[in-house]
Design a protein around this ligand. Sequence first.
Ligand SMILES: [Zn+2]
Length: 631
Amino acid sequence: MRRREFLAATAAAALPLHRLGRIGPVHSAGFVPPVRPFDLSAVRLLPGPFLDAMEVNRRFLLAQDPDRLLHMFRLTAGLPSIAEPLGGWEAPDNELRGHYTGHYLSALALMSASQGDSELKARGDRLVAELWKCQQALGGYGYLSAFPVEFFDRLRAGKPVWAPFYTLHKIMAGLLDMHTLAGNAQALDVLRGMASWVASWTQPLGDYDMARVLEREYGGMNEVLYNLAGVTGQDRWRDVAHRFDHERFFAPLSMGRDELKGLHANTNIPKVIGAARRYELTGELRYRRIAEYFWRQVTTQRAYCTGGTSNGEGWETEPGVLSTQLSGYTQEDCTTYNMLKLTRHVFGWTADPAAADYYERALFNGILGSQHPRDGEKLYYVSLASGLWKLFGTPTQDYWCCTGTMSEAFAKLGDSIYFQDDAGVYVNLFIASQLDWAARGVHLVQQTRFPEEEGTTLVVHAQRPVRFALRIRVPYWMGAEGTARLNGRALEGFAAPGGYYVLDRTWKDGDTVAVTLPMRLHLQALPDDPAMQAVMYGPLVLVGRLGTEGLTPGVLRAEPTKPRTVPEYKSEPVPAPAFTAPGTGPADWITRTTARSLEFRTTGQQRDVTLVPFHTLFDERYAVYWKITAA
Ligand SMILES: [Zn+2]
């Protein structure tokens, strides 16, 4: 969510625009991706770090007070509320107020589907019922928000306002999730009302005026309206969605041009997810080109070793230039969240193992460590500057955009572990879980302590013998050839890194496949500065522990956040040592300290450091990138 004044100024300065060309004819047939993710409700996590993280988030969600989340909705609708107002970006004078309530509905819906959790679903149902009352009290025309409709008048008139459609999108997406994932029919009614209001608001605006409106951050308005079209089968929502396709942003992407420099990252990623949905609904290849080109540029030219992207919330450089882009404000968490959403679509079209590799990289290094294990507070930025720390939010005082997206991310950790096509199943992530593949009468159990265990075991349960292809991802990071055993018997050969190990056979109940996926230490340099390198082990970014000097409780947590301000690091960074290394590889100067954990230590350096997986380090200073020169 944009926070810097200069970014707001940039958006305003981008006017005026050229008139937009009309898009060609729309095919009505739509497009069914050849590879499809399983429903969240078909996947259950088993004990391990991901289930632990989901439980922390569950407690975080239950600690929220629904009446406080409804407070400004009720007051806006003229209904009584005596709840204590929330702080941060949900404060009564904050122009984004209400956004977290939308994220919260999504998170409740996602987690109730992920865990079959009736308590979370009941809480979501109650919120929807209360929001319905607010919508009725607002005149029943469909408008629903925690701020008055006057904000949209300002938007239309080109007057200062933060991002009303951004906030509206979160509420609409939350309602859609409550409908599609938690079976709440009332949520669809409320959403239809809101969508009708959006249609009537946009209808009088010509293309020029609408293009000006789209210069203000609007989240994924196109995506949620395309999704509504998909759910209801009503083409009118597709037409309203198309008003939010940002042609000025899409045009260079459709021609394979990276003109992302100077743009705010998370303003734009959700638009591309909308483009992906348009392609899936209409079959128009242009929108697939936009999405795939954008995905490739960001994941290969603009992503750090963690899979994250953005610095100061923006893309400030030409493609491939990241050495100047290490700061305490790198990798806004929302961008990682949205890149993973986009990756899920790209994988569905291509079954490209590189997409699955990216997903794993960003999930382990970008998401998993972005929630404090004690109270579930979330990160805004993931610092990649040396000597800083993870600056978490303070309960009820921040409600950043990333508090919202991370509430959702940790509610759907079963997502994208498995995919299916007509021939079989893809195992993309190594996470202890079970898959209920009802269509084929198959129950697949994945047992693993990955990443501590360098491999995984899959057990097939089937009422009767069933033929399908079991495809296990063979990651890019493999350090030696993997092995596979079927029912204890060693199988010959293994797939190369960056592909799939495929077993296409008739499976019977109890069949067990065990694969080893040997990891190795490897270095990843910044693309434009080969001396600046991060240390990785398998998929994991290892960070150097730099101590806790000056990190009092007040320094570790962000101050209550004012509108458009950035959480401040209230202690100076400490310097990180440089390393000299023999050119023979990191295993010659970094050693594992114990076989029981993934802790490593440098050797022979002027100042040696201990390295641990990024997602396991909290409340301590760290470094990700090091200056490493040849010995
Ligand atoms: Zn954010």
